[in-house]
Design a protein around this ligand. Structure first.
Ligand code: C2E
Ligand code: CA
Ligand code: CA
Length: 638
């Protein structure tokens, strides 16, 4: 018979478990198998404590009646039934926490569960064979051989859980290590104390308190869980990936990158984008047993999965709208998909699937296979951009513009170059689109303007007879609210006349953001800057902007010139473009002039300005100055 002190331990254990269960149910975070296993584990300890409680209280009557004797007997039996499940449940829970459970296939799972199934069946059927224990008519408990098996199985599961813990030690956050060690230590201490002092029945209480510790740290995975969508966060992804690469585990990674279309965003702001994220994550959670979901960026999810089928499911679902309250939303999205060991060779590379600038949408919504290489190259370019800013390896080159009549030097175009210490020479066609996506374009743009101002301040361009220097503008720069203001600050600092700067902007941009462009150009012109339309004739020709925007010069793209040399149709396009721009009283520049024949052709058409390799490639500032000083000297000599 037990002392009533025992009842105190059991009541405390019971109350603690109840609290843990209540708390777990109140927090809505129950969708993961790990959470459900935790709940099961707690319920198991709760029941064990409950049966022990009943037994202790009934035993307290002193001389138990026949009824309470039966009750005590039943409680003892049920306690055995629930307590036998404890160690296996704990082991399963540990396997889930460290992510080892989903690696086990069904035969392995069955093998692991076998000792549990055998011992539990043994305990359940004990009333038939009394193999586990036997209760003498006077109430004395006699241990049977079977109890040994139960203990051995429990020890096996504890040891297995422990071993897995050690193996995955470095895949856990420090917080988890502490929490799990705390639980294990408490449980082992409880068992030891009970072994040494059979009268102090502290084991269940120790386990219950240990569980509470797990709840507060492991289950309440604040450090691993994203608050908005309740999936794993980036931090968790990094830790898990590190382990995947350390162990050479095979996984498929799928990144979903979302973007709300602008009207929705303006309408409802942050709440709308959060609602969308939640809607998408709800869909992803539907089958979460088979994969793990992470929020890798503010607008992106990463899924690590063991089977390939996931891509198809997600691709199909993303084509359908998502319901945000009463409205249906079709988010803009891109998918990036890769086999983790074969195509991605480090945690950093997998993260790039969420972080790196993607190829343009026109090239497809899914980036996978060969196109992952573009992604990695883009990411390399992105790194080079950051390096460039740090190491000051950007340089502005200048390419001359000559007058059509007389072919004298008229102006120059500033063209950016990047001499990267790792990748070597980088050209703007590659890195400008990347810089536009990640915002570095603003810093590059400011650098170009500063360099050009410095050149102008030296007085050399004016001495060489140049009217201005052309600077390329990206639409991202124009979108900045205080762009013109910043520009004025810079040129004020160098005391440059605004008319010494001529900004070039591409036509396709004009077509897309016409209203903004109109405002920006007006502001520029009011401040005395000049403006050119760049790349005329590429993409869709927007006559409207040629007509209405106040450009000083229209730059006809080199492709038009080259086509004019190749075909009759091309010649007609060039001739008519020139004629039309003439009629609109704008000046015309043709770029890409490489041969004397082209010069003659353009002269006949009456083009105002020429630019191209025929005169000079883009060269560094010292080379540019040297080239024209030499030319003016030979002219003077002649
Ligand atoms: P773009 O504005 O059309 O610049 C003209 C491009 O054609 C330059 O390429 C130039 O080197 C090249 N080019 C000029 N004449 C000839 C020729 O006779 N034959 C051939 N084959 N090519 C010629 P680059 O320097 O590689 O620049 C590429 C593009 O990068 C530029 O196209 C421009 O859109 C952009 N870019 C360059 N610098 C900047 C910058 O500072 N800011 C911004 N936003 N974009 C820039
Ligand atoms: Ca240009
Ligand atoms: Ca061009």
């Amino acid at each position: 018979m037990h002392d009533v002190n025992d009842a105190g331990f059991f009541v405390s254990a019971f109350a603690t478990c109840l609290l843990v269960i209540l708390f777990t149910l109140l927090r809505r975070q129950r969708h993961k198998p790990q959470n459900r296993m935790f709940l099961l584990l707690t319920v198991d300890i709760l029941l064990s404590a409950f049966f022990m409680m009943v037994r202790a209280f009934e035993g307290y009557h002193g001389n138990p009646s026949a009824d309470s004797f039966v009750l005590i007997e039943k409680s003892r039996y049920l306690y055995f039934v629930t307590h036998t499940a404890l160690a296996p449940l704990f082991c399963a829970y540990i396997l889930m926490v460290i992510g080892a459970a989903d690696r086990l296939n069904w035969p392995k799972r069955l093998a692991l569960a076998a000792p549990f199934i055998v011992t539990e069946l043994m305990v359940l059927t004990n009333p038939l064979h009394h193999f586990v224990y036997y209760v003498k008519p006077d109430g004395d408990h006699v241990r049977g051989m079977g109890e040994m098996f139960v203990y051995v199985a429990a020890a096996f599961y504890m040891a297995a859980g422990f071993l897995q813990l050690l193996i995955h030690w470095y895949a856990m956050t420090v917080k988890r290590r502490i929490a799990i060690s705390y639980f294990v230590t408490l449980t082992v201490l409880g068992i030891l104390i009970q072994l040494l002092f059979p009268n102090i029945r502290i084991e269940l209480l120790a386990e219950a308190v240990g569980l509470a510790g797990l709840l507060l740290s492991v289950e309440n995975e604040d450090d691993r869980i994203d608050a908005t969508t309740e999936v794993y966060n980036r931090n968790a992804l990094i830790l898990d990936l590190d382990e995947i690469f350390r162990k050479g585990m095979k996984r498929y990674a799928l990144c979903i990158r979302l973007r709300l279309r602008e009207p929705y965003l303006l309408l409802e702001g942050v709440s709308a984008s959060n609602a969308l994220l939640e809607a998408v994550s709800d869909f992803l959670k539907e089958n979460e047993v088979w994969y793990r979901i992470y929020r890798v960026t503010p607008n992106g999810f990463m899924i690590l999965s063991m089977d390939e089928g996931l891509l198809e499911v997600v691709e199909k679902r993303m084509k359908e709208p998502f319901a945000l309250g009463a409205t249906e939303v079709r988010p803009e999205y891109r998918l990036v998909y890769a086999a983790v060991q074969e195509e991605m060779s480090s945690t950093g590379e997998v993260l790039l699937m969420g972080d790196a600038a993607l190829p343009p949408v026109e090239e497809g919504l899914l980036v996978s296979g060969e196109r992952l290489k573009i992604l990695l190259r883009r990411a390399e370019a992105e790194e080079a951009l950051h390096r460039g800013l740090q190491e000051h390896s950007f340089e502005v080159f200048y390419q001359p513009v000559h007058e059509g009549r007389g072919e004298k030097l008229y102006a120059a175009e500033a063209l950016i170059r990047l001499h990267d210490s790792v990748l070597g020479e980088l050209y703007p066609d590659e890195f400008i689109p990347v810089a536009e996506q990640n915002g570095i374009i603003n810093e590059i743009g400011a650098f170009v303007v500063q360099e050009v101002c410095r050149f102008l301040q030296s007085g050399v361009p004016e001495k060489l007879g140049m009217h201005h220097i052309n600077v390329n503008l990206s639409v991202v720069q124009c979108m900045q609210e205080d762009f013109v203001l910043k520009l004025k600050e810079i040129i004020g600092h160098y005391r440059i006349r605004p008319s010494m700067l001529n900004f070039e902007i591409t036509e396709s941009v004009a077509a897309r953001d016409y209203a903004i462009l109109e405002r920006v150009i007006r502001e520029f012109k009011e401040n005395g800057f000049k403006f050119s339309m760049d790349d005329y004739g590429t993409g869709y020709s927007n006559m409207h902007s040629v007509f209405c925007l106040d450009f000083d010069v229209i730059k006809i793209d080199k492709s038009i010139l080259w086509e004019a040399e190749r075909s009759e149709r091309g010649r007609i396009i060039l001739e008519n473009s020139v004629r039309m721009i003439r009629v609109l009283k704008k000046q015309i520049l043709v770029e890409g002039v490489e041969t004397r024949a082209q010069v003659e052709l353009l002269k006949k058409l009456g083009v105002d300005y020429f630019q191209g390799y025929y005169y000079s490639r883009p060269v560094s500032r010292p080379d540019f100055v040297k080239l024209y000083q030499e030319r003016s000297e030979t002219e003077n000599d002649g």
